[in-house]
Design a protein around this ligand. Structure first.
Ligand SMILES: CC(=O)N[C@H]1[C@@H](OP(=O)(O)OP(=O)(O)OC[C@H]2O[C@@H](n3ccc(=O)[nH]c3=O)[C@H](O)[C@@H]2O)O[C@H](CO)[C@@H](O)[C@@H]1O
Ligand SMILES: C=C(OP(=O)(O)O)C(=O)O
Length: 418
């Protein structure tokens, strides 16, 4: 599972580049299935989730090649509609293949992704929408089997602006007959990225980034070359790293428009930030200030994917902070580990009350999920003494160069595959 070993107490300085976005690239990789040709990706992050998605694409017939840093996917021949269960279990977001394989082959069989450590994560909204698009769905022995003679566009209204459901509906609708309208669609930047990518391939979609997305079905798509946008959560994680460890860092290759809610909280904690065209400077204060109430919310609200990292900063802020996790019902697995490091945190349902202490103590802790794991690394940077973060493979799902980037900035951190 691997581990990170951190010697705390070294402030960060210098500059680093932010990787391509995990949550943008995964639906784009799934979308390549719709195109009976080649896709060329630039800035694709080399992370476990990407390798896992590439394994799935290979298993269903795509050819994958890296030419230097350019990822080339040839999806001319899709040989099966069955998504191998072992990969689906390894990566929840493999569910995005539901829409793209269905769109291409008019049939797909995929196992239920099941629960995961941050919540139950049902897919009822995905399935309800597909049924409205003339898709027959059978749910048997833990597998979902979808089939249709023709996908027919419809007006779909989501009960909640689910990111994955919005993506699956878009992917299903691209090669459909007629027009699909998604009301109460997710507005995340990754949805806008998916629209841009699909339109480059010849799809007809508009409205991404607003509540209503309209997809006009087309017959065929074309080959495309595309650059993946920067990862807003990795950028936010590095901002929190500076806040937790102290210092001054320039983050390059960021899209500052995607970071507004995170930058606001970073500033409210007393950090100085300066935004440039594609970069952000962040400088930590002597001591962080506590925050009144942070509610995780769909975009443009404060992202649930930043909740744990922000918590790692606030546990040593001056005063008491309150966090409300409104998106996922059990996204506080990192709390017990932070408490092991000396943090004063009380959880009541979805509310966390954090009383800032002066300093955390290094300890041996366990990552239970991706962002919670990253948060423990940040906690280790600011802590006194040594911290070992076990189960690092969770973190490798989404961070390409965590220890290299932090080392470059002066942190004392090593990765061990033991
Ligand atoms: C690969 C990817 O992009 N993952 C992101 C995506 O996950 P994901 O797409 O899974 O997140 P959703 O927006 O779908 O889920 C948000 C909430 O809606 C619920 N829900 C969702 C679908 C459904 O059919 N029924 C239902 O009840 C979920 O359980 C959760 O409580 O958006 C989340 C919310 O911003 C992020 O934390 C994840 O990093
Ligand atoms: C929850 C996350 O990802 P996933 O949806 O892939 O589990 C995340 O990126 O923080």
């Amino acid at each position: 599972m691997g581990k990170y070993i951190i010697e705390g107490g070294y402030s960060l300085s210098g500059e680093i580049k932010v990787q391509g976005s995990k949550n943008a690239v995964l639906p784009l990789l799934a979308a390549t299935v719709l195109n009976e040709g080649k896709t060329y990706f630039h800035n694709c992050p080399k992370i476990l989730d990407v390798y896992n998605m590439l394994n799935i694409l290979t298993a269903i017939g795509c050819t994958i090649k890296w030419e230097g840093d350019i990822l080339i996917i040839d999806s001319s021949d899709i040989t099966t509609h069955i998504i191998p269960e072992k990969y689906v279990q390894m990566m929840r977001s493999s569910i995005i293949l539901l829409g793209s394989v269905l769109g291409r082959l008019k049939t797909v069989k995929i196992s239920f992704p099941g629960g995961c450590s941050i919540g139950t994560r049902p897919i009822d909204l995905h399935l309800k929408a597909l049924k409205q698009m003339n898709v027959d769905i059978k749910d048997r022995h833990g597998f979902i089997e979808c089939s249709t003679n023709e996908i027919i566009g419809n007006k779909v209204s989501l009960d909640y602006p689910s990111v994955g459901a919005t993506e699956n509906i878009m992917l299903t609708a691209v090669l459909s007959e007629g027009i699909t309208t998604i009301n109460n669609a997710a507005k995340e930047p990754e949805i806008v990225e998916l629209q841009e990518f699909l339109c480059e391939m010849g799809a007809k979609i508009e409205g991404a980034g607003t509540d209503t997305i309209t997809i006009k079905g087309v017959n065929k798509l074309n080959s495309v070359e595309y650059r993946i946008m920067p990862d807003r959560i990795v950028a936010g994680t590095y901002m929190c790293a500076v806040a937790a460890a102290g210092g001054e860092v320039l983050l390059k290759d960021v899209c500052k428009e995607h970071l507004n809610s995170t930058i606001t909280k970073i500033n409210e904690m007393g950090c100085f930030t300066k935004e440039f065209e594609n970069s952000i400077l962040i400088k930590a204060p002597e001591r962080l200030k506590s925050l009144d109430l942070i509610r995780t919310q769909p975009y443009p609200g404060f992202p649930t994917d930043m909740q744990a990292q922000l918590m790692s900063c606030l546990v040593t802020a001056d005063g008491t902070s309150i966090i409300a996790e409104t998106i996922f019902e059990s996204r506080y697995k990192h709390v017990a580990e932070l408490v092991r490091m000396g943090a004063d945190i009380i959880i009541d349902g979805r509310i966390a009350v954090l009383k800032g202490i002066n300093r955390l103590n290094g300890a041996e802790v366990f990552a239970e999920d991706l962002r919670g794991g990253a948060a423990l690394v940040l906690a280790g940077l600011g802590a006194e003494g040594k911290t070992i973060v076990n189960n690092a493979s969770h973190i490798l799902r989404g961070y390409e160069n965590l220890e290299k980037d932090l080392s470059l900035l002066g942190a004392k951190i090593k990765y061990s595959s033991d």
